[in-house]
Design a protein around this ligand. Structure first.
Ligand SMILES: CC(C)(COP(=O)(O)OP(=O)(O)OC[C@H]1O[C@@H](n2cnc3c(N)ncnc32)[C@H](O)[C@@H]1OP(=O)(O)O)[C@@H](O)C(=O)NCCC(=O)NCCS
Length: 186
């Protein structure tokens, strides 16, 4: 889907980017952006076998469909005209992967395809997360980000997030550390 529509975002006006809620019909789009962005971001740091297993498990049709069915998880897709270029996944209450406090909102993923990174698409997706947190009267937004993902860490720092804890997770046989970051909403 992406290669056939290779185009340059530089030539488009940012105001043409629309952030829209995903519907059940969008599961393939979420699956494809998720797999592609995860691979682009993390394949250099993980073996092919570990990557393939993770991609197959975490972005399977069954998993993505069940996430879309969860009323406490919210998905938004960034569209440049008819082309999907990124997405946001938010979790409320018990859908949060940790914490699970009622007054917090989790950003589980902000994924922007590599060709479109650094052009404020991530910022538009984050702005949507902030808007939803306010609408839902949450007092904080939190997330986990891999300690070896400096680009994402800087992106969240820029948006006012500060580390508050860490979490070890297994990627294949290797233990990796996520930095937990939080922003309190004034
Ligand atoms: C992290 C990510 C979401 C950022 O989205 P993006 O569209 O590339 O970022 P933006 O263009 O909106 O940048 C917003 C701000 O973030 C910071 N930033 C983004 N990319 C940066 C980089 N490579 N180096 C330093 N700062 C960066 C900048 O401060 C930027 O503001 P500025 O341009 O005014 O300086 C995106 O790069 C991405 O999807 N990465 C792969 C998946 C991932 O790691 N997701 C996060 C973990 S779930």
């Amino acid at each position: 889907m992406f290669n056939t529509h290779l185009y340059q975002l530089q030539n488009t006006v940012m105001s043409t980017i629309k952030i829209l809620p995903a519907t059940k019909a969008d599961f393939k789009t979420l699956q494809e952006i998720g797999k592609k962005t995860f691979y682009e971001t993390f394949s250099a740091s993980n073996s092919d076998e570990v990557m393939q297993r993770y991609l197959n498990e975490s972005f399977s049709e069954e998993k993505v469909k069940s996430e879309l069915d969860n009323p406490q998880s919210l998905f938004y897709i960034a569209w440049d005209n008819q082309w999907p270029i990124g997405y946001l996944k938010l979790n409320r209450s018990e859908a949060q992967t940790e914490l699970q406090e009622n007054d917090s909102l989790e950003i589980e993923r902000i994924y922007v395809l590599s060709d479109y990174q650094g052009k404020k698409v991530g910022q538009l997706l984050y702005d949507k997360a902030f808007e939803i947190a306010k609408e839902n009267e949450k007092i904080s937004i939190w997330l986990g980000v891999w300690e070896k993902n400096p680009k994402a860490i800087r992106f969240y720092e820029k948006n006012g997030f500060v580390p508050f804890s860490s979490h070890v997770f297994k990627m294949g046989d290797e233990e990796q550390t996520d930095i937990m970051m939080r922003k309190t909403i004034g």
